[in-house]
Design a protein around this ligand. Structure first.
Ligand SMILES: C[S@@+](CC[C@H](N)C(=O)[O-])C[C@H]1O[C@@H](n2cnc3c(N)ncnc32)[C@H](O)[C@@H]1O
Length: 214
C-alpha cells in the first residue's frame, strides 16, 4: 500500500554537525526491523549505550521544537485513541505531550537510567524490552516510537484493530535510529497478514509516518 506524503511544514535543515546515517545504530535499526536481529548481546550493548547517555540526554535535547514532528504526526496523521504506548521513551521528553492527547499513556524503556531521569510523572514508567512487551494482545490504540527501534511482531501483536503506529525521526534521515516511511511499512508488512495504510510528512528538522492497521 503506497504511503501518502503530505507537504512539509516549518521544515528546516538539520545542522551538519554529524550524520546519523553512518552511526552504528542505523545498522542495528535495519537488522532488528527486517531480520529479527536482536540478541542478548545486542540488548546489553544497547542498554549500556543509553544508560551511559542518560545523565546528559535531557539537557542536550530538551528543546520544545523537538516535539514539533510528533505533534504534527498526531495532528495531520489524525491519530486518535484512548491508550497510547510510548516505546523507547527515554527520559520521557515527549510523554507529557502524549498525556495531553490520550486518556492513558504508558512510557516504556529498556534502559533503567533513562527512566530514572524521566522529566514527567504523568504516566506509568515500565522498564522492559520491546522485543517482549509485557502487554496483552491488541491492548493499544496507538504505539508511539520516537527515534526508537522497531520490533514489528510485538508492535503488531499489541496494537488494536484500526490502531496506529506513530513513527518519528527527530533529525529525519540524519537520525541514527531511522527508517523511511516506505521501509517502516515494508517491515510491518513482514508480519502475519495485516495490511497498513500510511501517511507521512516532515516538520521542523524531523520526519514522521503514521501507519494505520486496516
Ligand atoms: C535514541 S533514544 C530515544 C529516546 C526518546 N524517544 C527521545 O527521542 O528523546 C532510544 C531509546 O530507546 C530505548 N530502547 C532501545 N532498545 C529498546 C528496546 N529493545 N526496548 C525498549 N526500549 C529500547 C533506549 O534505551 C533509548 O532510551
Amino acid at each position: 500500500m503506497p504511503i501518502k506524503h503530505l507537504d512539509p511544514i516549518q521544515a528546516v535543515a538539520v545542522s551538519d554537525v554529524y550524520s546519523g546515517s553512518v552511526h552504528p545504530m542505523r545498522e542495528v535499526t535495519r537488522s532488528v526491523a527486517f531480520d529479527k536481529g536482536w540478541s542478548p548481546d545486542r540488548l546489553e550493548s544497547v542498554k549500556g549505550l543509553f544508560d551511559g547517555l542518560a545523565s546528559e540526554w535531557t539537557a542536550s535535547r530538551n528543546d520544545p521544537d523537538r516535539s514539533l514532528p510528533l505533534l504534527d504526526a498526531l495532528e495531520r496523521g489524525k491519530v486518535e485513541g484512548r491508550l497510547a504506548l510510548e516505546l523507547g521513551a527515554g527520559t520521557c521528553l515527549f510523554t507529557g505531550a502524549l498525556c495531553s492527547r490520550f486518556a492513558s499513556v504508558i512510557a516504556l524503556d529498556l534502559a533503567p537510567e533513562m527512566l530514572s531521569h524521566a522529566v514527567t510523572d504523568k504516566a506509568p514508567l515500565v522498564n522492559a524490552d520491546s522485543s517482549m512487551l509485557p502487554f496483552r494482545d491488541g491492548v493499544a490504540d496507538v504505539i508511539v516510537l520516537v527515534n526508537m527501534l522497531l520490533f514489528p511482531t510485538e508492535v503488531e501483536r499489541c496494537l488494536a484493530p484500526g490502531g496506529r503506529i506513530v513513527w518519528v525521526s527527530s533529525r529525519a534521515e540524519d537520525t541514527p535510529i531511522h527508517l523511511s516511511a516506505e521501509d517502516l511499512e515494508a517491515a510491518m508488512s513482514t508480519t502475519r497478514t495485516t495490511t497498513w495504510t500510511g501517511v507521512s510528512s516532515r516538520a521542523w528538522t524531523g520526519s514522521w509516518c503514521v501507519l494505520r492497521r486496516t
